[in-house]
Design a binder for this molecule. Structure first.
Ligand code: ADP
Length: 489
């Protein structure tokens, strides 16, 4: 149990942060101690050299000011001073030009032959002693060089104190930095633990909870905002899927119940051949509705899967539009609607021929269907004898490298309260004035158009005015026009 806990802790971010923190503190602390130690050593030596140099100055001054000085007296004075500075093992020696010691004060260590060439003060370390030597001008011929020295032992003793202090501080850091690091890392990772608890509570059915934003605007706050954004999108997506499934089931149920009741009626007693034919025709009708719906659902699933759509390069959009318009000419005439195609420029796009035909079919079919229903209604009420009209036109915008395909009608129009939703799945405009007309659809047509156009990196927009008509504008990116446009297909 403890081992498991330790293993989990061992891999935890908190543990790693603690280790890194401890390492950083320890290394920094240790480096600072080393720098302080080196600095102190340097200062103590520098100080010692300064004192030795001052002593040399003093001796030189004495010799210069008191010409004919009694050297016996000077030696006595220097001896006394040497005894007074016994702690530092301070001493003076006079050397001849060959570097041999001529006189030395009490406590002076035996010195090897020294190099005495310099007029300025020179420093050297001999054994455990630091020496400062200088040639004195105009003094005694026999001993023109004077050296003042002091033991380095006291520096070593003071450095040893520093070392002991450093060991204590390093030991303290070794213990305190992981402990402090563990506490600090615990505080830093606490919001992460809260985030984990909250996200662990989230379920597809319970997506309302969100991560707490502490307002510190640090990385964890920004992470919480990002995760909350993701959760919002996920919740919206799940709701959309749920609604889609519920709507699809509902839409499938209607034709299925109709089929079932037709069959039940057929089986409930003996019928004439005409009655059977009528019932079977109803069944076939419902089956085609079912087929249309299932095909649309499959198409939506395909575009939803976000698989890259297979594109036919260099597609003549104008030819697809012409073919679609030709296909609907008969339906339009049958419904008393005039279907007009304005002269189309040559437009070449990268696209999926099958998908683009689907979009055109949906839009032209809607335009004819709704326009016809309006004029049939008006004619039946004797209000107008005019015909409905659907116009298809296309622009090639070479500046922005795009094509605009416009499908316009003078049908019933869509109210501003419905217009923002017509691209939603299963959305149908339910208006009383449509009653009695045969415009019933699945409400999937426009959402399929939008999904297809989006896979082509294009846009589809609708504008409409009640009783005046509706206009759909599709914008698609052009491909570079080849020298020889592809043949019409
Ligand atoms: P449906 O399959 O029901 O036609 P769509 O997604 O194609 O579904 O259209 C959604 C709704 O938008 C339709 O129910 C209809 O009310 C409205 N609509 C679409 N095109 C037109 C149009 N040209 N004129 C008037 N209303 C339209």
């Amino acid at each position: 149990m403890f081992f498991e806990r330790f293993r989990t802790d061992f891999r935890s971010l908190r543990f790693r942060l603690m280790m890194w923190n401890a390492l950083a503190v320890f290394v920094t602390g240790f480096a600072i101690l080393l720098i302080v130690r080196a600095g102190m050593g340097y200062i103590l030596r520098y100080d010692l050299e300064r004192v030795l140099s001052e002593d040399l100055d003093e001796i030189a001054l004495n010799l210069r000011e008191e010409r004919g000085l009694d050297f016996e007296r000077l030696h006595r004075e220097l001896d006394r001073k040497a005894r007074g500075h016994a702690y530092h093992q301070w001493f003076v020696v006079f050397l001849d030009r060959a570097g041999e010691v001529v006189w030395s004060s009490t406590g002076a260590p035996p010195l090897p032959k020294l190099d005495t060439e310099s007029k300025t003060t020179t420093y050297s370390t001999v054994g455990d002693y630091r020496l400062a030597c200088r040639e004195l001008d105009g003094t005694r011929e026999r001993a023109p060089v004077v050296c003042v020295g002091s033991s380095l032992g006291f520096i070593q003793r003071e450095m040893a104190v520093v070392d002991r202090l450093a060991i204590v501080v390093a030991g303290f850091l070794l213990i305190a930095s992981p402990v402090g690091g563990y506490i600090l890392a615990g505080r830093a990772t606490q919001p992460l633990a809260q985030m984990m608890q909250t996200t662990a509570r989230l379920r597809p059915t319970e997506m309302h909870e969100r991560l707490k934003i502490r307002g510190t605007q640090d990385e964890l706050d920004r992470l919480a905002i990002t995760v909350n954004g993701l959760l919002d999108r996920l919740a919206a997506y799940l709701k959309q899927k749920h609604d889609f499934l519920a709507n699809a089931a509902h839409e499938l149920r209607t034709p299925l119940s109709a089929i079932r009741s037709s069959v039940e009626v057929a089986l409930s007693g003996d019928r004439t051949v005409d009655e059977y034919n009528e019932l079977l025709a109803e069944v076939i009708d419902e089956c085609s509705s079912l087929e249309t719906l299932v095909n649309q659902l499959l198409l939506l699933a395909e575009t939803d899967a976000e698989r890259p759509t297979v594109m036919d390069a260099n597609l003549r959009l104008d030819s697809i539009v012409t073919r679609a318009a030709e296909m609907f000419q008969g339906v339009a005439e049958f419904n008393g609607v005039r279907l007009r195609v304005e002269p189309l420029p040559c437009v070449i796009v990268n696209g999926n021929r099958h998908y683009l035909r689907q979009v055109l079919s949906n839009l032209i079919d809607n335009a004819i269907k709704f326009t016809a229903s309006r004029y049939q209604l008006l004619a039946s009420q004797g209000i107008t004898s005019k015909r409905g009209e659907v116009t298809i036109s296309m622009d090639r915008d070479n500046v922005h490298n795009r094509a605009q395909l416009i499908i316009e009608d003078n049908g019933p129009g869509i109210g501003p309260e419905d217009l923002p939703f017509i691209f939603d799945r299963f959305y149908r405009v339910d208006r009383s004035r449509m009653r009695g007309t045969s415009t019933g659809g699945t409400g999937l047509g426009l959402s399929i158009c939008q999904a297809i156009i989006q896979t082509h990196q294009g846009t589809i927009e609708a504008s409409s005015t009640i009783d005046e008509g509706t206009r759909f504008v599709i914008t698609l990116p052009l491909t570079a026009v080849p020298a020889e446009p592809p043949a019409l297909v």
